[in-house]
Ligand binder design. Sequence first.
Ligand code: GDL
Length: 703
Amino acid sequence: MSKPGSAGGRPQTGTGRFISGVVEGFYGRPWTMEQRTELFKREQKWGLNTYLYAPKDDYKHRMYWRDLYSAEEAEQLVALISAAKRHNVEFIYAISPGLDITFSNPKEVAALKRKLDQVKEFGCRSFSLLFDDIETEMCPADKKVFSSFAHAQVAITNAVYQHLGEPDTFLFCPTDYCAAFCTPSVSQSSYLHTVGEKLLPGVDVLWTGPKVVSHKISVESIEEVSSVLKRAPVIWDNIHANDYDPQRLFLGPYKDRPTELIPKLRGVLTNPNCEFYPNFVAIHTLATWCKANADGGQRDVEMGDEEQDPGYSPQKALTLALTDWLQEFLSTDQPGGPRRRPPARLKKESSDEEPMQTDMGESAYEPGPEENPLYTAEPLTLGDLKLLSDLFYLPYEHGPTARTMLQELDWLKNHSAAAAAAAETDKTVEWCFRAQQFDGMCEAVVQMFNRLSNAPNRSILYDLYDYICDIKSGVGLARAYVKILGGQGQPSAQLMNDDPEPWGFRGGLSGEFQRMLPGHGNRDLFRHPPMTEVYCIRPYWPADKMEVQRIFREMQGAGEGKAPLMAQPPLICDGLSAGEIPPSPQCAFVLEDEIGMCGYALALTDAKAAATTTKRAVSDSVFEDFPSVVTMHVLPRVTDPSPAKRMIGQLLSSIRSSGSRGVFCELRQSDRRMLDFYTKLGSFKPIKVAGLPQDLVAMGTSL
Ligand code: GDL
């Protein structure tokens, strides 16, 4: 096994310690000097050791990288660098010259060295060159000198690294900084191979994982990139970055990076939310993660969950972070901050309640018996913060409460008509119960909002404010909608009015664009590109039997006036298409276009009886894995495969809901179109069925 932070026996660079901490590497308003100093305090307290200064929109970091700092700026940077030192945090100064540097011009190299020399004079000892998010095409002058972009970047990086006296910590961010950017792949990327071979061994490489914002980072993926780079990378983690979407904020725990990675990495730096204060959770949970192995692999297995990381539980890390964060919320951060008032009902008898601030003294207003009581707010709770984090969790995952709310709203929407039709049945009772529960969850969001907006620490509140307002009104709309579904309440002005307030149609121009796209621009749009024709997939009704038979005959080559192909052996599911066997409930769909029905997909959740009718001796083991059978036909006029994919998708989902564990279909070898269709679906694979007539093929999929 290789040493921690080393790859392929390469000696460790720098101090050899695991680099852990924060990269201020996002687009948008950079943090203030005070916030950065606060960050160093926190890093020290939580055991993190590094800060990488790389704010994309700081003029002199990227756009005007050649410009030296003014005396005033210098003073600030000197103070910042010494604050980092005081808190035992390694300050790495990064520069991004890639927007316009000409690598082959010695004046440019000199400008870069001059700039970094200046920062070195400020007391900085660790540096970084970043080449992320830039054009990959070299200018003609550079093309004459360098054989590739990688060669150009590596040459300048090595030169600067040596010029600065080979600092202990020197980081390089490649232009292909994640697997998704590598062509054709990580292992075959000539760019990364050049970096791996030519970059001096003392320089470390930043890497964001499989994607820019990586959902998961696996040990295998890191082993792969380490072998190409010939060194263990430093992860630049964008898991909590929110600079790409103004409606999102990430308050979930550091997650989906196994702690087994720690010995395989040179370090981890998180590039978190643009707003400073909400990063409490991102940084606190990263610190907990980093400690996982330092504690000698403290075992923390939660029984019965094999997926758990033995060294780290995101849920526990989150609770630890939120518990500490709550204290910060409750501390007044501004002069003239609020006095804590006793809750209304306790006001009279509570004499032991400590006011947080007593400077209101004599002038404190006490309402008379018939007057308005003073506005009081309950203090924020850990439960509120848990809910807040659930609503603003992680880029690929909502927190548990948010998931439940979405599921419940979906269920209430889909079952509201049934509830109305079956008055006073169990279904209505269940619908009303679940609607009430949903309402309760919405109310909890409102209460959380109220308590948050009364929290004494205004700096955190102001960073959160836009987001919590947004979620509060989103939840409010859903809540009003469920009331209307349940027949309570009038359609509110917000939902139905012809002239709503601006908060009834949110999102500005970007919102307009999204609403104009099919499915409101949701993720399905990318999975199933939009169709040019309009199709409708609807449940099969018994009255559709004749039309289904017509399509079946047409597809068998026995259209009007032609005789059916008698010579062919029947398929198990032919009885379904011919209308001799009815499909299982909820397991039949038809496809319609402008002309009429143009396809169908039918299933039997239990195929055994149909096999017997077709006189086919299918073995029990096949039925054990694939108890259900499907058949699907789509007329040739439907040239777009998407509607058929969606129809089979809906059918499989219904079969799965019936409790079946697998499904198969039979196809004729000559039916190239359907064979091709099932093969391209990806989920269906050929299966062996003993006694299958020669020109038939069976394909199956588990559900
Ligand atoms: C990026 C940018 C980063 C930005 C992040 C999230 C790297 C190396 N660069 O690609 O500045 O904050 O995406 O939008 O991650």
